[in-house]
Design a protein around this ligand. Structure first.
Ligand code: CTP
Ligand code: CA
Length: 223
């Protein structure tokens, strides 16, 4: 596959995409993770790079090949993902598709927890930083900041609430009540200040291309 660098509509634009789950270690052999294939984020990074953007993909552990022309930064935890994102600033556009773990074990055991014969250990959790919300109020906030919202009910209402709470420009809200994880298609609602645009069920590649088109238009307007 050929990437025509320096010729697309996003030439000169710097893009940041997060993708995949985070792994929050309990001990050296165990972790808490979210369900996420990374496919939608990888597709978006690919679409942005194809449109000419200088694209960095900050990815949690997934089983996908990095898209050609994209700079891949591999991370494990939410804390690492936040640090890797902040290291990329300033960027023109950021698309946060990662399924970031909301919580992590408060402490990480340095050696493997063993069965003691006296019952299961209990885990105390601590809240992870919110990467999207941190970028939303950042001194070097991306010009266009886009989040996802995975919801099982009240998809548009919850998505819209996240848009305001996290100071994102757009939220792509998707209904995960039926088998989106690992699937090749997605049904999303694009929530912006202007309102809600519901897209039909599309392949994750088509969602990515359509989003890249919207990004091109929004960045043109902002000039
Ligand atoms: N997100 C993030 N950092 C977090 C949690 C979420 O950057 N610690 C981002 C996701 O990448 C996504 C958006 O915020 O773009 C919404 O994620 P979601 O899990 O749907 O939202 P939460 O605020 O965590 O709310 P919920 O309680 O519904 O999980
Ligand atoms: Ca969450």
């Amino acid at each position: 596959e050929r990437i025509l660098s320096g010729t697309g509509p996003l030439t000169g634009v710097k893009a940041l995409v997060t993708a995949g789950p985070t792994h929050e270690p309990i001990d050296p052999v165990r972790f808490i993770a979210n369900r996420s294939s990374g496919k939608q984020g990888y597709a978006i990074a690919k679409a942005l790079a194809t449109a000419g953007a200088k694209t960095t993909l900050v990815s949690g552990p997934v089983d996908l090949a990095p898209p050609p022309g994209v700079k891949l930064v591999r991370v494990e935890t939410a804390a690492d993902m936040l640090a890797a994102c902040e290291a990329q600033l300033p960027v023109d556009v950021a698309v946060m598709t990662a399924a970031v773990g909301d919580w992590r074990p408060e402490s990480r055991a340095t050696s493997k927890l063993k069965k003691t014969g006296s019952g299961a250990p209990s885990l105390t959790l601590a809240e992870n930083p919110d990467i999207l919300a941190t970028l939303g109020k950042h001194a070097r906030r991306p010009r266009l900041l886009i989040g996802f919202a995975a919801e099982t009910e009240n998809v548009v209402a919850y998505g819209s609430d996240k848009r305001t709470r996290k100071a994102a420009d757009w939220i792509l809200a998707n209904d995960v009540s039926k088998g989106v994880f690992g699937a090749d298609t997605n049904r999303v609602h694009l929530i912006s200040e202007a309102g809600v645009e519901s897209w039909p069920e599309l392949s994750k590649d088509a969602v990515a291309t359509r989003l890249a088109d919207h990004i091109v238009k929004a960045l043109e307007k902002a000039v």
